[in-house]
Write a protein that binds this ligand. Structure first.
Ligand SMILES: *[C@@H]1O[C@H](CO)[C@@H](O)[C@H](O)[C@H]1NC(C)=O
Length: 239
């Protein structure tokens, strides 16, 4: 089943990715300048506490449960995110459209006309049950900074809404480079393989693709794939 999952879909979108990355970079260049003028108190988490979450003032912090060579287990407290869904045959195209929609929200398209700090990570919920002939819904979320965790300004776009992510444990595999359809797929399958080997139980309906870097960062990029733990987490043998 997994082998059937549209690797051609990934390749077809390659040209699109480059065009999209370029325009995202142009937008983000202005955005980074904007960031320098913004201040925020750290409640969600000060990024200086993280080794790979370095481009934004605040990051989503966690407690490490255990760590091995193949994966790690983390505990996250509940947090509020701003979210949008995009349906497409192509993950990369869906991500771009959804990213721009959320970016507009933090860039002032809200009822308070305020700019909201970019945080990290950006997470994408990926439906794992997709068949290659079906469109899939990709759900992208930005973490709300601490000052907007309780009372975020309302979005003006009706496709943008809030999500309360519950307190949870996740299995995590990290990788470098860019999150593209093929690398995301490769890494979620690799993590599944490791988890199945140790008979870990987790929600197989979806994974999270998790990104920490803007497209302008070329070196030492950090991405993750997460599966939500069901029951007691199983630590890697090597930890
Ligand atoms: C962000 O907001 C500024 C000021 O309103 C606007 O000029 C710019 O086009 C917006 N950027 C995006 C990507 O929407």
């Amino acid at each position: 089943m997994l082998a059937l999952q549209s690797p051609t879909g990934c390749i077809i979108t390659t040209k699109l990715i480059y065009t999209d990355t370029l325009s995202t970079m142009v937008y983000l260049a202005g955005f980074v300048v904007l960031l320098l003028f913004l201040t925020a108190e750290a409640r969600v988490g000060n990024s200086s506490e993280s080794t790979f979450c370095t481009e934004t003032k605040e990051c989503l912090l966690y407690d490490l449960v255990c760590k091995g060579d193949n994966y790690e287990v983390r505990h996250y407290s509940s947090a509020k995110w701003v979210t949008t869904d995009e349906e497409s045959y192509f993950m990369d195209k869906a991500i771009y459209t959804a990213f721009m929609r959320l970016f507009k929200y933090i860039n002032g398209s809200n009822n308070a006309d305020v700019n909201i700090d970019m945080t990290a990570p950006v997470i994408i919920k990926v439906n794992e049950m997709k068949n290659m002939w079906q469109q899939s819904v990709y759900t992208l979320s930005f973490l709300l900074p601490s000052e907007h965790q309780l009372n975020p300004p309302q979005p003006t776009d009706e496709k943008v809404y809030f999500t309360d992510m519950p307190d949870m444990n996740v299995y995590v595999r990290s990788y470098g480079g860019y999150i593209l359809c093929l690398t995301a797929k490769f890494n979620s399958m690799a993590l599944q393989k490791q988890l199945d080997k140790v008979q870990a139980t987790y929600n197989k309906d979806y994974s999270y693709s998790v990104g920490y870097n803007s497209p302008m960062k070329i070196l030492n990029r950090h991405n993750e794939v997460w599966y939500v733990v069901e029951g007691e987490p199983v630590c890697p043998a090597s930890s």
